[in-house]
Ligand binder design. Structure first.
Ligand code: NAD
Ligand code: IPM
Ligand code: MN
Length: 489
């Protein structure tokens, strides 16, 4: 099963700069054969604001993607009665590598029929059985709990996405009388339960936390003390599947107790697997731990099939068209989608940009800043990068030499076909190396602050895991230039 674990690239270098996005980079921009095709459906309400902003960020990464916009949503439905055009799901599965979605829900469509047909339609008809909802605290200031640091909250909810009460099966008898009975069926199949629990264990085995430590436990949450038929199946299958993964600790909590645990002490949580309805509810609660619904990302995944990515939040009609919606959930969702498509460096670039914006409070009001939706994005795309500097075949490159004199820092880079160039940074404000010993960069970490205005340049150096994993260098400088560029033969 191929999950969202990060593929390791061989030695490679990413130098990102806004400045480099101009003509020069045309020579070095990677013309990758495999353009990833993405369908973009902004939908309703704040979906129409946050998705275009997240698209700007995707475009700023120069990721090799081709975006196609689809107008599915309330406006279209009210205009011509269409929720999903004929063969819409077949078209998505056939013509696209991924789908990037905003939200559906509009007060003008009280039945919510379009949301049901489009959103739940994609999940069910495209069989996107795993709803992956990471819960990661980016900065202590975002958490309503006392004393929580980013290392304390880094878990993921794997929500079953094709069964449960969401199949919307049931009946109403004696409607409108005192004897009315409404039955909503909760469907749980052996195959459905087994594949989502397996997905959770596979996710645990193949994905690390943000601090690079391994994931090690899977917690299944249900309500088997009251709902015994479904609970019995979940309990039995969980035991069965967990036996296949002896290296992973398996745990169980009733969903009510899990809610209490989440807001009292979420530090022990790692991978949570649960059914459709509980997964829906606990991920809004978990979003609260990250700074609110505006921060939460998700992917609706079927390994090997066209998958769909959407922020956890809805269309939030009350705050729509005011330029105040937080775009970070959508932006982090874009990163999740790019990583799923194998565009790992672009995904990291986005995540690092969000982190930097959050730390500097260059955010919307809901998480403590004073910027509008579009200003947040402008800040994060302008204050840094972006271009790949490597060779035209995009075989990446390696940092060959780093030297420093007064406030200058020169990074020499060599592409795999021998292209060499040097990037000269002036007014270096800070250098962060995540792996200083390996890179011999200790001295650089102490670089002084010299510039009030900043440009952000990101150099990323990936190595195979057996050679020590990632080394990463992040430089914030007033300006930089490419000193020499020598194409090889
Ligand atoms: P909601 O997520 O839209 O909003 C809940 C609360 O969070 C509101 O106070 C809202 O202002 C706030 N909020 C949400 N996203 C935010 C953001 N990005 N920035 C700042 N604040 C944000 O949920 P709701 O109010 O229950 O539902 C509104 C509509 O959205 C309904 O029609 C619902 O069915 C639909 N909905 C759709 C999806 C989806 O398409 N994936 C998800 C949830 C809800
Ligand atoms: C979500 C939403 C949807 C759900 C609604 C809009 C049907 O709340 O994606 O979390 O319940 O799954
Ligand atoms: Mn929800």
């Amino acid at each position: 099963m191929s999950l969202d674990s990060e593929p390791r690239a061989s030695a490679s270098v990413l130098i990102a700069s806004h400045w480099l996005a101009e003509p020069l980079c045309m020579c070095y921009f990677p013309f990758v054969n495999s353009m990833k095709k993405i369908a973009v459906i902004a939908g309703d309400g704040i979906g129409k604001e946050v998705i275009p902003q997240a698209v700007k960020v995707i475009e700023a990464t120069k990721a090799p993607v081709e975006l196609t916009y689809l107008d599915w949503g309330a406006d279209r439905y009210l205009r011509d009665g269409t929720t999903v055009p004929k063969d819409g799901f077949e078209m998505l599965a056939r013509d696209f590598d991924a789908i990037f979605v905003g939200a559906f829900g509009d007060p003008r469509v009280p039945s919510n029929i379009h949301a049901k047909e489009i959103l739940l339609g994609m999940r069910f008809k495209m069989d996107l059985y795993a709803n992956v909802r990471p819960v990661r605290l980016l900065d202590a200031s975002l958490c309503p709990l006392k004393g929580m640091e980013p290392k304390d909250i880094d878990f993921v909810v794997i929500r079953e996405n094709t069964e449960g009460p969401y199949v919307d099966r049931g009946s109403v008898t004696n409607e409108g009388t005192d004897d009315e009975v409404a039955i909503q069926e909760d469907v749980n199949t052996y195959k459905g339960v087994r594949r989502i629990i397996r997905y959770a264990f596979e996710y645990c085995a193949h994905n690390k936390k943000a601090d690079d430590t391994r994931r090690s436990r899977v917690l299944m949450s249900d309500k088997s003390n009251a709902m015994t038929y479904a609970g019995g199946l979940w309990q039995r299958v969980f035991k069965e599947v967990s036996a296949e993964y002896p290296q992973i600790k398996s745990e169980h909590m009733y969903v009510d107790a899990l809610c209490a645990q989440m807001v009292r002490d979420p530090r022990q949580l790692d991978v949570i697997v649960t059914n459709n309805i509980f997964g829906d509810i606990i991920t809004d609660l978990a979003a609260g731990l990250q700074g609110g619904l505006g921060m939460a990302a998700s992917g609706n995944i079927h390994p090997g099939k066209t998958s769909m990515f959407e922020p956890v939040h809805g269309s939030a009609p009350a705050i729509a068209e005011k330029n105040i919606a937080n775009p970070m959930g959508a932006i982090l969702t874009a990163a999740m989608m790019l990583r799923h498509l194998g565009l790992t460096r672009q995904a990291r670039w986005i995540e690092d940009g969000v982190l930097e914006a959050v730390r500097q409070k260059k955010t919307t009001q809901d998480i403590g800043g004073n910027l509008g939706t579009s200003e947040v994005v402008l800040w994060s795309t302008k204050s840094k990068f972006i271009a790949y500097v490597g060779d035209p075949d995009f075989h990446d490159g390696a940092i060959r030499k780093i030297s420093r004199n007064s406030d200058e820092l020169v990074v020499e880079v060599e592409g795999s076909t021998g292209t060499r160039f040097a990037v000269r940074f002036v007014g270096v404000e800070s250098v962060i190396s995540y792996n200083p010993e390996e890179m011999g960069l200790e001295a650089l970490v102490e670089m002084e602050t010299v510039a009030p205005s900043r440009r952000f340049v990101f150099v990323n150096w990936l190595e195979p895991e057996d050679q020590g994993g990632d080394a990463k260098l992040q430089i914030i400088a007033r300006d930089f230039s490419v000193e020499k560029l020598m194409a090889d033969g």
